[in-house]
Design a binder for this molecule. Structure first.
Ligand SMILES: [Zn+2]
Length: 311
């Protein structure tokens, strides 16, 4: 039996790292809450991906197929949600992904949680907004050809966002990144990242295509056995070569993600009036929250089992 690993936005590995490293960019007034809960923020960085199995509306929040809206810089697509709805209708926006707008919704929720001094919700929304912001830094999350399915490059999505960081992040990359900064216009900030993605998506696809042509075909993949099942993955040599010709794009995008996540957390806190985080209420999650966490895990595990059976 031959399996390819299921994969989504930044693999689980990278999402967890991004939320974790973001904690250390915060000012001391925030570190005092975020550091003791770094494990929670790390673990729950992937909840939004797990939720895709439980909630149909979840999928479009992770991407935007910006190339569906004409050509760069896609001026025909209004940047504000209400204007975009007026022009295209909510249904058709949902059909092509609503990533950049969903980040603003999450920012609103996080800011409200800070104003209410609700610790459980501050942590939950911090973990989750971190996920969506990180997704907004992945070039293939802004392209309708998101897994190379139109160009015979299936698998490139997980290659870029899972295989490369899993092979190189711990060994070779540097995540010491200054400090979080206040973001004056979060919507503008988000759209700048999306447009960078749109410009980079072509490079991501084109360079892999060229490498595939010049690289010995029988060395492109490697096979590893896990629990008596053989898994196919891009070989280390192929991964390293691809990372090299892209001149560190994945590391750069990961660093920018970490900076952006910390800066959105910081911005929410400032906009809420910089509440004292040593005096919060709702320190425990409600029974309902705990049930939701549990259900996400069940949905994820079932889906993982099913996808294995279908392969
Ligand atoms: Zn995602």
């Amino acid at each position: 039996m031959l399996l390819a690993q299921p994969c989504f936005c930044w693999g689980f590995f990278a999402h967890r790292k991004i939320n974790y490293y973001a904690v250390f960019l915060l000012p001391p007034e925030m570190i005092l809450l975020y550091k003791p809960y770094a494990d929670f923020l790390t673990e729950h960085a992937v909840d939004p991906d797990k939720r895709r199995y439980a909630v149909p509306a979840e999928g479009p929040r992770h991407y935007i197929d910006i190339d569906r809206y004409g050509i760069y810089p896609y001026d025909s697509l209004p940047r504000k949600w209400n204007d975009a709805v007026a022009r295209y209708s909510e249904d058709s926006l949902n059909a092509h992904g609503i990533g950049p707008w969903w980040i603003q919704t999450m920012l609103y929720r996080l800011t409200k949680a800070f104003k209410e001094k609700n610790q459980a919700m501050i942590l939950k929304y911090s973990a989750e907004i971190g996920h969506y912001i990180a997704d907004a830094h992945v070039p293939l999350h802004a392209s309708s050809n998101h897994n190379g399915q139109y160009t015979n490059q299936k698998g490139i999505h997980g290659f870029w966002e899972s295989r490369i960081p899993e092979l190189l992040a711990d060994k070779e990359w540097d995540f010491f990144i200054g400090k979080a900064e206040y973001i004056r216009n979060p919507l503008d900030f988000t759209w700048r990242r999306i447009l960078e993605n749109a410009a980079a998506a072509d490079t991501v696809l084109k360079f892999e295509k060229e490498l595939a042509k010049s690289f010995p075909q029988d060395q492109k993949y490697s096979f590893e056995e896990h629990n008596a099942v053989v898994m196919r993955q891009y070989s280390s040599a192929y991964t390293i070569k691809y990372n090299e010709i892209m001149k560190g794009m994945v590391e750069r995008r990961m660093r920018q993600s970490i900076f952006a996540v910390a800066s959105f957390w910081y911005t929410a806190w400032v906009n809420a009036g910089q509440p004292d985080l040593s005096e919060l209420s709702h320190k425990e999650f409600s029974a309902e929250d705990l049930r939701e966490f549990e259900n996400l895990n069940i949905a994820w595990k079932n889906a993982a089992t099913n996808s294995r059976e279908h392969d």
